[in-house]
Each structure stands twice: as C-alpha cells, then as structure tokens.
Design a protein around this ligand. Structure first.
Ligand code: FAD
Length: 147
C-alpha cells in the first residue's frame, strides 16, 4: 500500500522515503467509529474519545480530551459541595460539552464523508484549493479556540 498507493502522493513519497522506520512491520489501526456517542453512561461523565471522537482529518483529539476534562472539572466541585444535584451536574456537563464540541464533530464528519469517495475527494480538494481562506475557515470550524 505504501509503495503502490501512498507514494503516488509526492509529499507522502518524500516523507516515507526520508523518515527513520522504527518497526519492522507497519503499525496500523482500523475499525474506529466516529459516529455520535453519549457523554453520559450509567451516570458516569465521559470525557475524551469516550464522549466523542473527531475524525483524523480534523486532528486535535488530544486537545479535545483535555478540554472535556476541564469542562467536567469546572462542574464536578459544585456537585461535591452539594450546590447542584447529580442530575443537574449531568445535564450541565452534557450541555457544555455539546456547546463546545457538537458543531466541530458534525463539521468533521461532514468533511470526512467527502474523503474515501474518489470523485468527491478530488472535487473538494480542487474546489477549495484556490480559496485558502475557506480552508482556514473550515479548519477553524473543526479545531475550536484555545482554552
Ligand atoms: C492513529 C491515531 C493517531 C492520532 N493522532 C492524533 C494527533 O496527531 N493529534 C491529536 O490531537 N490526536 C490524535 N489522535 C487522537 C488522540 O489520540 C485521542 O483523541 C486522545 O488520545 C483521546 O484521549 P483519551 O484520554 O480520551 O483516550 P486514550 O488516549 O485512548 O486513553 C484511554 C486510556 O484508557 C485505557 N483503558 C481503556 N480501557 C480501560 C480499562 N477498562 N481499564 C483501564 N484502562 C483502560 C487505555 O489503555 C488508554 O490508555 C490520534 C488517534 C489515533 C488512533
């Protein structure tokens, strides 16, 4: 696959030819689901990939995991200090999580859906290439702000 497919892309060819290979065999992953998840499982607040996984094209899953931790950490003390009920904590967490990430995940899924279909991949890349500001706007839509 590296030789026959990936190296057709000149940038990947350069990368694959120049990197130091660490393992004898390539390490790959598959069967990852990017479908919608719930942020609450049996009263457990889910953070990171457990709450929702952004498509690889959009990148920053590590940042999202840290950000979801922050959202949870801001809410949990009020519950522990009996200022809000468990239900209120759960509802607030889901609301804040969705406000922060739902739109980004939706855009990510939409962009990702173009790739994997040859016609639409080429169409999207060609359509966006002359408009770098649109590409930047799309990236902003999926990467969010610093927190
Ligand atoms: C191939 C690949 C490349 C990626 N590249 C990037 C990238 O370049 N940049 C980026 O920002 N993100 C990237 N991501 C996404 C990023 O790795 C994740 O979004 C992020 O690690 C999510 O953090 P997390 O804490 O939710 O989950 P994880 O980092 O997966 O941590 C979960 C941990 O829980 C452990 N665990 C699971 N079940 C149990 C159990 N029952 N008991 C005890 N422990 C358990 C696991 O072993 C694991 O250590 C990539 C992901 C993949 C798969």
């Amino acid at each position: 696959m590296e030789e026959k497919i990936l190296k057709q892309n000149p940038a990947l060819r350069k990368l694959l030819d120049e990197v130091d290979i660490l393992y004898e065999e390539p390490v790959t992953i598959s069967q990852i689901s990017f479908s919608k998840k719930t942020q609450l499982e049996q009263h457990v607040l889910c953070i990171g990939d457990a709450a929702g996984m952004i498509t690889p094209l959009c990148g920053n899953g590590m940042s999202m995991a840290l950000h979801a931790s922050k959202i949870a950490a801001e809410i949990i003390p009020s519950f522990l200090e009996n200022k809000i009920s468990r239900e209120e904590m759960e509802e607030l967490y889901q609301k804040n999580w969705n406000r922060q990430f739902a739109g980004r995940l939706r855009t990510g899924r939409l962009i990702q859906s173009f790739f994997g279909k040859t016609f639409w991949s080429i169409f999207l890349i060609r359509a966006l290439k002359p408009f770098p500001f649109l590409v930047r706007a799309l990236i902003r839509q999926t990467h969010g702000e610093r927190f």
